[in-house]
Design a protein around this ligand. Sequence first.
Ligand code: C2O
Ligand code: CU
Ligand code: CU
Length: 512
Amino acid sequence: MAVRPRTWIIAVAAVVAVCCVGGIAGVAVLLRTSTVDTRGDVEFVNPLAIPPLAPSTIDEQGRRVFDLDAAPGRHDFGERASRSGGLSGSGEVQTWGFNGDYLGPTLRASRGEEVVVNVHNGLDEETTVHWHGMHLPAAMDGGPHTPVAPGTTWSPQWLIDQPAATLWYHPHPHGQTAEHVYRGLAGLFLVDDPATEVAALPNRYGVDDIPVVVQDKNFDGDRLDFGQSMLGMGILGDSIVVNGTLAPYQEVTTERVRLRLLNGSNARVYQFGFADGRDFALVGTDGGLLPAPVTTDRIMLSPAERAEIVVTVRPGERAVLRSNPPSLGTPLSRFYGGSDGFDVLELRAGQTLDPSPAVPDRLVPVPALDADAAAQTRSVRLTDQGINNRSMDMSRIDATMAPGATERWRVNNADGKPHSLHIHGVSFQVTSIDGAAPPAHLRGWKDTVYVAPEVDEYELVIRFPEYTDPTIPYMYHCHVLYHEDQGMMAQFVVVEPGDQVAPLSVQHPHHH
Ligand code: C2O
Ligand code: CU
Ligand code: CU
């Protein structure tokens, strides 16, 4: 990982520009945002909210039907509690949520099921709901081409056809994703796969299988603060909420507990581990379980990445999940949150614990995608202007793939800021990083990957969907939501070779 001088120059130029333009105030903001460290200082006083499992019904065609209603609300994140500063209440804050005032219920369905989700937009502006990590037709994917007008209902339906995984859903309206997600619109979608179920993994939702949606917020009285950080990352918050709870604790009644970690933040990268440095078993990544557990004491997650971990606790102890300063792979790391640390969640083990089976040595088969079988190699550079120097254009198709095509992507960070590349509709594999085999935690199914400035090339192998649609594209983009909204996004369609790609209709241009 050589430091490329060009990255340095761009990044240093950015700092100089910001300081000159912003003057003293700019310097003050840089300093204020450059380090936040709550490690060791959090009193965990609020029981962790567990998003309810969404109720569903089976319709006459045998489809599992869910309802989601996006609406504004007021949410109490709980007490902010610091050992040094004492207690203060967050009070009620203006938020948005699905079927509630903040976040949304956890949807859950099994491989082989047909699902329908009735998405009602109870906001007074357009939104969309995207099923992040789901393999499904582009028309059901919920990207910016399928807006849901206020007061209307959109009812996508699809067949669940992928391995068990922790997926999620969130809005994706053109240019407005950061705001809609930050206000609180997001939830988990758990896929089960009865054929490859690993029964020994903790699987009782809310008991020993805990959803952990981590987000950072800035509060401003009864509102969320949307102030942008100075170095073009969007929002970096100084308060951590888990499932919408500040300073949370979770009672644990079993020897082992599975945490389904989602980085649901707009821009922040976390380096999760435990305060006492204990090891845990990493059992799954974005798109499913790993072939075998990886024993580690840390897992880094950039925005939208997920990890499933199994941690062992001793009777009566308190184990604190924290985020240590992440290695962002840039010399300017601290300006992007790279020196920040947070206490995230306290696990409170009961005096007696129910036994849990050991984590098995083998989990599920993960067939390796073969880079040499790729029909095409594509270079994807994350640049100041967007992707390959082009900013997102709703009416332009950037790539066309044949159904089921395998491609090799060479991904490179060309602007020096931290980025998190996500591809819709697929799970991919990271086959090399600067020519070397990826670390064990990146060897499973992924749909989002951190792209460090100091790395010259991430090689991904991707198998594109079988579903064809000449009129509605899938997206690939940076999941730092400010970057996405600013145009670091591109579109691909899947069509039979030789088929015409219809001009994209853009019925809902976005007005700033
Ligand atoms: Cu999680 Cu295009 O999004
Ligand atoms: Cu997605
Ligand atoms: Cu980015």
